[in-house]
Design a protein around this ligand. Structure first.
Ligand code: PEP
Length: 250
């Protein structure tokens, strides 16, 4: 039985004080008895302080990006070791905003995934189609290419440290959610693909999150689908009440 995983991607939001306030409210609202895994992904500038606050609580922390090199002349970049040194256990890689705004390719995402797994970070690997790709009927081709190239060279053993987040790009930050059936169809396609690339055991154990305008009022319908094992939440994770509402649905 796969445990549900709810992650909040804070994106480029929250100053240090605001981050401390938000994570404190989440911790207080959560109590100690959570039936799902809860991950917060604040901006780099808040990671260290958020980590101090989540110690001895069920909340875990991830970063929103990293670079694949270990160290050196890469101005503005952050390495896996740096993330680990401030308490990250997870890292989001391949988010559609990184792909679209910062031109990240399947190859560069693959390099990052390999580097993160080498350092034992758990990767939340995002995939998803654009609206025009869905309308052309090529959603599964797009997702299949992203997954095949993104996970190239990853061992079955390391797949226990990978979460896939299916995020249809047209549903991110738009208020348009995929219907539970649309999401379930792609999740089930992803699980079958992973069974083909790796094995049915890897596929059965894989956590596949849905992301795209998840809110407290649509979370339970999505999260009760057979192959939806959690949510990657953007907008709704910036307020403690709505993030806690989604966690309660899980
Ligand atoms: C995201 O950016 O990963 C996301 C799912 O955003 P939102 O929930 O705002 O659509």
């Amino acid at each position: 039985m796969r445990k549900k995983v709810i992650a909040g991607n804070w994106k480029m939001n929250k100053s240090l004080n605001e981050s401390q306030e938000l994570v404190s409210k989440i911790i207080n609202g959560l109590g100690n008895d959570t039936k799902c895994d809860v991950i917060v992904c604040p901006p780099f500038t808040s990671l260290s302080e958020v980590h101090s606050l989540i110690k001895n609580t069920p909340v875990k922390m991830g970063a929103q990006n990293m670079y694949h090199e270990e160290s050196g002349a890469y101005t503005g970049e952050i390495s896996a070791d740096m993330l680990i040194s401030v308490g990250c256990e997870y890292v989001i890689l391949g988010h559609s905003e990184r792909r679209a705004i910062f031109n990240e390719s399947n190859k560069s995402i693959n390099n990052k995934i390999k580097a993160a797994l080498n350092k034992k970070l758990i990767v939340i690997f995002c995939v998803g189609e654009l609206l025009e790709q869905r309308e052309k009927g090529i959603t599964t081709d797009v997702v299949s290419e992203q997954i095949t190239k993104g996970l190239d060279g990853i061992s079955s053993e390391n797949m226990s440290k990978v979460i896939i987040a299916y995020e249809p790009v047209w549903a991110i930050g738009t208020g348009k959610t995929a219907t539970p059936q649309q999401a379930q169809d792609v999740h089930s396609f992803i699980r079958e693909l992973i069974a083909k690339i790796f094995s049915s055991v890897v596929a059965d154990n894989l956590i596949i999150q849905y992301g795209g305008s998840v809110k407290p009022d649509n979370a339970s319908e999505l999260l009760t689908q057979k192959d939806i094992d959690g949510a990657l939440v953007g907008g709704a994770c910036l307020k403690a009440d709505s993030f806690l509402g989604i966690i309660a649905s899980a």
